[in-house]
Design a binder for this molecule. Structure first.
Ligand code: ADP
Ligand code: MG
Length: 596
């Protein structure tokens, strides 16, 4: 330490700054600068995140972001360390979905970055706001492809997989860089943003005064987007004249947190509706206008369909074909103007955010009330009756070993009594059948594979949801699906999260009894271990294991899990011969296979 006029001075040399001791190692360089007025890139990143309201960061540490995570904790931001970046990214994504603020993922360079990228891409496809912040290596070496440690041109690699991809090169740009990332993630259609922080940036040293001058907090990062009055009027005209109107609620609607207004509109107009998978519970599934059990009948017969935050993508057979009335007309509320007409002609687009749009629709309805023909609702209820009876019959069977339905019947008994539990659900048959059987009563309580039907979201979503909401989480997992993020049960136990995992173990992808067509002793491509004892895994980390071979055992294990003071895992033994290939979407497999 050198003293000039009694003030401690140190010498600045960026690359030899020792971040832990807040000291500079003396060097032969530059002018002396007062140590107490200095800061560095890492601290500025943490400070900017904190000022912008970031409460939790999910990630996996390593070079060059380990100290960054330490500073997050030091600064009061929660850091949740995972075992794999993809799960951490999924936790960030679902945090974004649940809070309307970007969830943050922190990754190390190259491989860690790439591991996180699947979650970032999935968030973008689904409209979940998140920011993947990744450390990266030396630009000069990467750009000349000279082979740096974990060297990869991450910013450019990320571009096709997210809404925006930025690199911050100068510490004074950190506030503006983070502001741009936040805005890009939450404004318009939400999605993933990549933010590249080089080692050089993290260790760069700058006067605190300079940073103070450029520090700011983003104002209104997701501004209201009012629809035009004409678009609302046109939509109302179309709906009022419809003989068989229908409303489809998508996860954009649940994201928008406007269930009160959506419900008021549905009830005042008497229009039947059904929710897409993650919009289940936006209105309670047992709402008298819910047409979910007569979905096909409703689609085939509706003459005007209003989509609220739902896309006419593959999940709605692109709005055409045998499931749809060929003369159907569409009203679509969406924040993204480019979504309109993406598959079908939308006669009445309402481009705006759902919250503002619903307010406009409600006030238009006040001025010119209308009510759908009650006979239409009656027709739907009539069409529903045989489907409800069929489902009741399936649920009442009690085969040995259990099938998906007898297991779900047990789960349903518990979930119906615990409606505030968040349900995470993934798999193929496990996904389809759980969605059909388990009713949801609360918005944003069903979190699943989403737009891509992706596997591997399970433990990440469970952790993100538990951390963000403080609520209990039950994961209904296919045995294959669980495998993609199963190691995160260590994270769940380490953070003592109130999570119960139910594994529908039928010993395979889709099912467990397929044969090796080559006749050899290797298991078939879809075969997993039917006798695997997944429950033993959680024992290793101090959680509570259960093995359930009957619906009664499953019911009591799940009940115990929901009151346990530790995470629980229930290995649920399902008949390996049940389950259909690819669940409900087997038709998406190649249809022509020539017999040779
Ligand atoms: P689902 O799979 O449930 O049908 P999608 O993810 O396909 O839902 O569609 C959600 C749609 O909602 C997207 O087109 C997205 O642009 C839109 N969206 C998301 N948030 C909002 C919002 N706040 N206001 C309006 N539209 C929104
Ligand atoms: Mg399986």
């Amino acid at each position: 330490m050198i003293y000039l006029c009694g003030i401690p001075f140190e010498f600045r040399r960026d690359t030899t700054y020792n971040i832990k001791d807040h000291k500079y190692i003396m060097s032969d360089t530059t002018t002396p600068v007062p140590a107490q007025n200095l800061t560095d890139g890492m601290h500025v990143v943490v400070d900017t995140l904190k000022r912008n309201g970031v409460k939790v960061v999910y990630g996996v540490v390593g070079i060059p972001v380990t100290d960054l995570a330490r500073h997050l904790q030091e600064c009061g931001i929660r850091y949740v360390g995972f075992r794999h970046e993809q799960s951490a990214g999924n936790a960030a994504a679902i945090t974004g979905y649940l809070t309307q603020k970007p969830g943050i993922l922190l990754t190390v360079s190259a491989p860690g970055f790439l591991n996180g990228l699947t979650a970032l891409a999935n968030a973008t496809i689904n409209g979940y706001p998140m920011i993947q912040i990744s450390g990266s290596s030396n630009r000069a070496i990467i750009d000349l492809q000279q082979g740096d440690y974990e060297g990869l041109d991450q910013m450019n690699v990320a571009k096709p997989f997210c809404k925006a991809s930025y690199r911050i090169n100068r510490p004074e740009d950190i506030p503006v860089g983070i502001a741009r990332a936040i805005r890009a993630a939450v404004s318009g259609r939400p999605g993933g943003v990549y933010l590249d922080l080089t080692t050089a940036l993290l260790e760069s040293v700058i006067d605190q005064d300079v940073i103070d001058k450029c520090m700011f907090v983003t104002e209104d990062p997701a501004p209201a987007y009012m629809p035009s009055a004409q678009s609302v009027e046109k939509a109302m005209g179309l709906l009022a004249q419809a003989k068989h109107p229908l409303i489809i609620l998508g996860k954009g609607a649940s994201y928008s947190q406007t269930e009160t207004d959506i419900r008021a509109f549905i009830e005042k107009t008497g229009i039947p509706y059904f929710p897409m998978s993650m919009a289940k519970g936006l209105l309670p599934d047992d709402h008298p206008q819910c047409a979910i059990a007569a979905r096909s009948f409703a689609l085939e017969n509706s003459d005007v369909v209003m989509l609220i935050g739902a896309r006419l993508n593959w999940l709605l057979s692109h709005g055409k074909g045998k499931h749809w009335n060929p003369n159907v007309k569409f009203v679509q509320i969406d924040i993204d103007p480019e979504e309109i007409d993406s598959n079908q002609h939308i006669q009445a687009p309402i481009v705006g955010d759902i919250a503002s749009s619903m307010k406009c629709l409600l006030s238009a309805l006040e001025k010119q009330p209308f009510h759908a023909d009650t006979d239409w609702m009656d027709q739907i209820k009539k069409a529903e009756a045989p489907n409800v009876a069929k489902m009741a019959a399936k649920l009442s069977l009690n085969p040995t070993p259990m099938n998906f339905y007898s297991a779900l019947n047990a789960v349903k008994k518990v979930m119906d009594k615990n409606q505030d539990v968040i349900l995470v659900n993934e798999g193929a048959n496990t996904l389809d059948d759980t969605r059909d059987v388990i009713s949801m009563q609360n918005p944003r309580h069903r979190l699943d594979c989403g737009t891509w039907g992706v596997m591997g979201i399970g433990m990440g979503f469970a952790i993100g949801a538990a951390i963000t909401t403080g609520k209990r989480v039950v994961c209904i997992e296919g045995d294959s699906a669980f495998g993609f993020s199963g190691m995160e049960i260590e994270t769940i136990c380490r953070f003592k999260l109130p999570v119960t995992i139910v594994i529908f173990n039928n010993g395979g992808i889709y099912k467990g009894d397929c044969k090796n067509l080559g006749g050899g002793s290797d298991p078939s491509p879809t075969t997993l271990m039917a006798n695997a004892q997944y429950d033993k895994m959680i024992e290793a980390f101090g959680g509570i294991p259960y093995n359930a071979t009957t619906p009664d055992e499953l019911q009591s294990a799940l009940e115990a899990g929901l009151t346990a003071d530790r995470p629980t895992l229930i290995n649920c033994v399902i008949d390996p011969s049940v389950g259909t290939e690819s669940g409900h979407i087997g038709n998406l497999n190649p249809k022509v296979i020539l017999q040779k």
